[in-house]
Design a binder for this molecule. Structure first.
Ligand SMILES: O=C(O)CCC(=O)C(=O)O
Ligand SMILES: [Fe+2]
Length: 202
């Protein structure tokens, strides 16, 4: 029998339109900077195509960094509340700008490092928040965030990556990104996401 359903929260119309637009414009203008995403293998990021296909911007948000740090700070309390995470002293906030194109996916995983990989870190990812955005008209389908019950088992919650939507959950929750179909194959039609990981010092 499947275990309990983890707590998640969804905030629609999350950003004011000006910020949403700035993020989308910056992302579309940065296509050439995106490189393949890795997965963490004992603390080191390695590309593993059987496990994850997506791209990310290694320099993050560039000129928008400060603005989005403020967004992350201002929303910490309500994201904690939504995810059922007790507020904690933030050590740092890791931010990643990701693009999922045709055929992209991410198999089930948790975001917190465990085992030997954790030993290489000074802090733990405790709270995950993912902000979804894309160009209109939407040029992809799929790419749902699927949340699995504690203890494993088939997905118990399927969350669509809707325009201007923020989703949050504890970083220990098992989740995956289902396959994306992006028929044009164009970067501007990708499923874009801005990931925030709030870290607590160990
Ligand atoms: O894009 C998403 O919906 C989630 C991505 C994810 O799980 C991750 O980067 O760890
Ligand atoms: Fe994740």
């Amino acid at each position: 029998m499947a275990g309990p359903t983890p707590r998640t929260a969804i905030f629609d119309q999350f950003l004011p339109e000006t910020l949403h637009r700035q993020l989308l414009d910056y992302t579309l203008a940065s296509e050439a900077d995106f490189i393949p995403s890795g997965v963490h293998v004992e603390g080191e990021a390695k590309v593993r195509d059987h496990y994850r296909i997506s791209h990310y911007h290694p320099d993050g948000l560039g000129p928008l960094k400060k603005t989005f740090r403020a967004v992350a700070d201002d929303n910490f309390a309500r994201l904690c509340d939504g995810a059922g995470v007790k507020p904690f002293a933030i050590d740092w906030i890791e931010v990643e700008l990701a693009a999922h194109g045709d055929g992209a996916f991410f198999l089930p995983h948790i975001d917190t490092y465990t085992g030997r990989g954790r030993g290489t870190q000074n802090s733990d990812r405790v709270l995950t928040a993912v902000y979804y955005f894309h160009r209109e008209p939407k040029g992809f389908s799929g790419g749902n965030l699927e949340v699995h019950p504690f203890g494993g088992g088939p997905a118990c919650q399927v969350i669509e990556p809707q325009q201007n939507r923020m989703v949050c959950f504890a970083s220990t929750v098992l989740h995956q990104v289902s396959a994306v179909s992006c028929p044009s194959g164009k970067f501007e039609d990708n499923r874009f996401a801005l990931n925030f990981w709030y870290h607590r010092a160990k």
